[in-house]
Design a protein around this ligand. Sequence first.
Ligand code: ATP
Length: 308
Amino acid sequence: MAHHHVTVRVPGKVNLQLSVGPKRSDGFHEIATVFQAVSLFDDVKVTLSDEMDRDQLFAIEIKADHPHGIPTDRSNLAYLAADLMYKKFNLDDALDISINKNIPVAGGMAGGSANAAGGIVAMDSLLSLGLSRAEMEEIGSEIGSDVPFSIAGGTAIGTGRGEQLTPALARGSYSWVFALSSNGLSTPAIYGECDRLREGMEISSPQVSESLMHALRSADAKALGKALQNDLQPAACSIRPALRLILDVGMDYGALGGIVSGSGPTVAFLAEDEDHALDLVVALTSSGVVGNVVRASGPVVGATVIDR
Ligand code: ATP
C-alpha cells in the first residue's frame, strides 16, 4: 500500500549549439554546448511503498503512447538514479517509480536523463533529504552527462562532457517545432560516426559560438536561427539520410533555422512566433516527410515538484 508520493515534471532539451572536440582518454568527447530546456515534459512520480517482499527495491512503470524502447528494468536511468540515491544516503524503503512519458525516446532530447533528474528531485522531496540543486546536479552527473541540465533547466552552457554547467545570459522566449522520428538513434553510434567522418582531421577544442550567445542576449530569434550549429549533424545525417530532406523541407517552409537535436534523430526548427510555428507544423505534416510534428517553447524551468 502506498503511503506518500511526489511527482516531478522534467523538460526535454534542444542543443542550440553542440561543438564536439577531440575524444578524451576516458572515451568521452570534450564538448561545448548550449542547452535550452523546452516544453515537452515527462512526469516522474515516486511513491513510497510498504511491499517489502519484492526482490528489488524499485518497481518501474511506464505510461507512454509508444513505450517501445524504454527499459522497465534496472537499466532505466530513473532506476539507476534511485539506486545511486539509496547507496549514497543508506535508504531502504521500497519505491514505485511511474513515468508518464512525452519526451521522444532516443530522440536526442535527453528523455532518459530527464527521468533520472526527476527521480533525484522527487526522492529529495519525498524523503526530506534537504539537498541543494547543486548537490542534486552533482549526483545527476554520475548517472549521465545531460542529467545536471535536466535538473537546472533554462538556457545553459555545458562543458566537459556537458555536465559542467554555467547559466547562459539569455532573453526572450522561442517557438520550436520538432520533427520526431519513430526510430531512435544511439548516441554512442552517432559519436562513432562523427569520429569516422573526421578521421585524419585536426580537431580543435570545442568553443561556444559568440554569435549564438549574442543572439540569445538580444532575444534575436532570426540571428539565433542562423547561429544554430551541431557538429553531430553530419554524422546523424550520414546514418539517417532522411534527416537532410526533413531539414530542407523545414527551411523551404520558412523556418528561421533548423538543426538535428543532440545526437538526433529529432529535427528542431526555430519559428518566428507561435503562429509561424503552427504554419510550420501544418507544412511539415502535409509534406509527408515526417510522421509526427510537435510544437514547444523554450526556455522552461528544470525539474520541478508539481504534486506531493
Ligand atoms: P541524449 O539526448 O541524452 O543523448 P536521447 O534523448 O537520445 O539522449 P534517451 O531517450 O535518453 O535518448 O534514450 C536513450 C536510451 O536510453 C534508450 O534507447 C533506452 O534504451 C535507454 N533508457 C534508459 N532509461 C530510459 C528512460 N527512462 N527513458 C527513455 N530511455 C531510457
